[in-house]
Every structure is written in C-alpha cells, then in structure tokens.
Design a protein around this ligand. Structure first.
Ligand code: GCU
Length: 441
C-alpha cells in the first residue's frame, strides 16, 4: 500500500513538473550514447569510383558507379540474391469488393515462388480505395506480426507462419484470433485509402523466420544460385537480402494487377524492416519512393559513428541478418568500403525519406540524419535538392525535397505523425511537375 502511495505521489510530482515519465526507453549498457565520444571518421565518398576517378555526371553515376556501389554492399554487408524465379505463380486467394464498410476492395494474393507444389510463398494483403477509378499508387510495407495484425478486419486470413514473439495474441509462436488488429496503430489503413492510396503488406516471416536457424524454413534453404548464375552459399546472402528479395517479387505481382499504378509504388519499412526496405529500394528501381522509418544500424544510420547499436553488437545479436563478410567489420567500422549514406544515395534520383524518433537513441537519430544529408551529393548530380539543411532539424519539423527527413518526439515506432509525412511526401512527388519518380532507364 505504502509503495503504491509513494508511486502515485512521484507520478503526480513528475506531472506537476511536466517531466516526461519515460524520457528514453531503456538502453543497453556498454555502448556509446555521447555525441562527444563519437570517433573521428571519414566517410567514403560515393562520387569516387573504385579506380579513384571522380564521378562528375548523372550518366557516369547511372552507367557505372551505381552498379559498383551496389556490388560493394552485396559483398560486404547484405549479400547477393537470386533472380526472379521462372516458375513464379500469382494466386488471388480472396477478393472482397465491399471491405471496410464498403469503402475498400480487399484482395489477398499468394505469390508461389516455385509454383504451387513447393512451400516457398508470400501472402500479400492489398487494400484499394473504392472511390478511385483506375490504377492507384500503393504503399508497400512488410509487417512484423502477420497481415491479420494490421487491422481488425475479420476478412483478413490469419497467418499460419511462425511468429517471433509470444505476445499480442500469439501462442506457441502461432497467431490466434486475438492477434487481429494488434499492430493497427502502425497501419492507418482508412487514412491511407482516404488519401487515394492503396496499401499492400505481407509478413516478412513468410520468406524466412526471423531467428538464427530460420533459413532452414525459408527461401535460403532452396535457392543456391544468384541472379548471375553464381553459386550462393548461406553466408553469401542474409535474412535481410532474402526479405528484400521478397519485396521485389511483390512488385512483380503489382505489375500484373491493373488496379495498381506500378510506376508509383512507395516502399516503407520500420526498424529491421526499414533496413530491409532500403536494401530493396537500392536494388530495385521500380520503387518510386523508399521510406526508412527508424532503421538505425545497418539501415540509414552511419556505421562509422558507432553510436548506440554497433556493427559488432548487431552481428552478435542477429547473426543471420547480414552476410558472412559483414562480421569482419566488428569493432572495425572504418575498414568498411561503404557507409550507409551511400545506400541512401543508391535511391537517386528517386525520392527517399529517412525518419528518426527522439527517444530511439539506440538507432542513432543523428547518424540517420547525417546519412540522409550526405546522400545529397549524389542527388545534386541529378540537379535534385536533398535535405536542404545543414544541421539536424528540431523535432516534428520535416525538411527536405528529394531526400525527406524528420525526427519526431516519442519512441521507436511508426506513428500517425510519420504516416502523415509519408503521405504528403508522396503527394508532393507524384503531383509536383518538378519530380520524376519514374525510374531512369
Ligand atoms: C533491435 C535491433 C535493431 C532493430 C530492432 C527492430 O533493437 O538491435 O537493429 O532495428 O531490433 O527491428 O525492432
């Protein structure tokens, strides 16, 4: 009783002083969270080719440097990937033309990578706004907990895939009915549809379950040859490469669906799925816009800063996320031939958005900003303005033109504020006559 009273008094005092009760989420100890202690570093210059020559034109970037950099990321960070499977089949498994109280069309599509006789498949959930005629632009993003978790809509099939966490309605690593809508705060479906966009999502665990041994039940146990016919051992690629490959296969489906404007696909990912999104967006120029939400280490944040999560820590906690070579940079970030600003630059000249959260210190919000800013050098080659500011903006103050950036108040999450910026960013780029979201050929 006494303890309760004390706790209540403390809460009231904090409220009176207007001190936020959770200023930061608990941070792992033994890592650097002090800007003063960031090591001195020099970022690799995306505009210096492997042979030392300076890239001076958009054509040089597109014709040679872009490919070189992609290869460096493949070799040292994420690994290679297979190509588009010849036997791939798209199966529309459900359609409801009167979903969400008659405002939406809901479709479910299974992409069978190797035909229906092999188990390798991803299940896509697609909502389209009913009020719009003709093909609509779509936001695509993987979810963490199954398609059924994004909305309480009873018409969404309950995922039967392995679930990482036994919480929010999951039991024995399987979803139950009570998991419906458990992640809905991250997916403002009605708002997205009302703004004239479609929304597509899929569970990343369909491609590879997210744990060390997950590859055994995923596509990495099946594909042994990369897109160029070279052999692909397990450590030559990674879970992030496998997940990103799945996103590219979903775009293959979009290209066959006449309700979708496949020239206007915005790819969004949060956290580990943000890392996945930036790697997918870098590889596949069919993504008109790529959005990194709190992607942190191995995503948008600069590795060389070693602020918050480090290369060594991520490789130790999640050894399956990156390829074998990435482990050799544990505690030795400055030896990496690339840094993450160059991954952001690989989206150029397509619009890209990097978002941080103030309390998400583990993901190094300042390092995410510096990376977005440094990518501007490549956008400048195309005559496209980047973040447009020298220093990290104040909280809740979005900046940028072809490279959008914001840091919002709050924790590691996807919020209504984040979505509001992404929807406006897409509106601006799809309608603004100065923008050219179509991939350059
Ligand atoms: C961990 C991990 C991060 C990752 C995050 C997530 O915190 O260290 O790198 O982004 O999980 O995906 O939720």
């Amino acid at each position: 009783m006494k303890a309760n009273c004390l706790a209540i008094r403390l809460v009231l005092t904090l409220m009176a002083l207007s001190i936020p009760m959770t200023q930061t989420t608990a941070l792992p100890t033994g890592f650097n969270y002090d800007e003063e202690k960031v090591p001195d570093y020099t970022l690799p210059d995306p505009l210096v080719a492997n042979n030392g020559t300076r890239i001076q034109s958009a054509a040089q970037w597109t014709d040679s440097r872009r490919g070189e950099l992609l290869k460096l990321f493949e070799e040292h960070v994420y690994g290679r990937r297979p190509g588009r499977p010849e036997a791939m089949e798209f199966e529309v498994t459900s359609v409801d033309n009167n979903a969400l109280n008659g405002t939406a069309i809901r479709k479910e599509i299974t992409i069978h990578f190797e035909g229906k006789n092999e188990p390798y498949a991803v299940h896509v959930l697609l909502y389209l706004p009913k009020k719009n005629m003709g093909p609509v632009p779509v936001f695509l993003g993987y979810n963490f907990n199954g398609n059924h978790s994004i909305h309480s809509d009873q018409g969404i099939s309950l995922s039967t895939s392995w679930m990482r966490k036994n919480e929010n309605g999951n039991k024995n690593h399987l979803a139950t009915e009570s998991a419906r809508g458990s992640s809905s705060s991250r997916w403002p479906v009605e708002t997205i549809l009302a703004r004239g966009y479609g929304l597509a999502t899929a569970y990343y665990g369909d491609i590879e379950p997210d744990h060390k041994e997950g590859w055994k039940d995923g596509i990495r146990s099946f594909y042994k040859i990369d897109e160029n016919g070279k052999s692909l051992a397990l450590e030559d690629w990674s879970a992030i490469s496998a997940w990103s490959w799945g996103l590219n296969r979903i775009v293959d489906y979009f290209e066959t669906d006449l309700d979708i404007d496949s020239n206007r696909i915005a790819l969004l990912g949060h956290s580990r799925l943000g890392k996945t999104a930036v790697w997918a967006g870098a590889n596949d120029e069919r993504f008109a816009i790529t959005i990194s939400n709190n992607s942190g280490c191995g995503g948008a944040a600069l590795s060389r800063r070693a602020f918050g999560e480090t290369v060594e820590r991520i490789n130790t906690s999640f050894p399956h996320w990156f390829n074998g070579n990435f482990k050799s940079y544990n505690g030795n970030e400055s030896a990496l031939p690339v840094d993450q600003h160059e991954l952001i630059a690989l989206m150029a000249p397509r619009p890209v958005y990097v978002a941080s959260a103030k309390e998400d210190v583990w993901a190094d919000p300042h390092g995410e900003f510096l990376s977005a800013k440094a990518a501007g050098e490549v956008y400048a080659l195309f005559g496209k303005p980047g973040v447009g500011v020298e220093t990290q903006p104040d909280v809740n103050t979005p900046v940028g033109d072809f490279i959008g950036y914001h840091i919002r108040t709050g924790k590691h999450d996807v919020t209504a504020f984040d979505w509001e910026q992404y929807l406006s960013f897409a509106d601006r780029h799809y309608q603004n006559p100065r923008s050219d979201p179509l991939p350059l050929k």
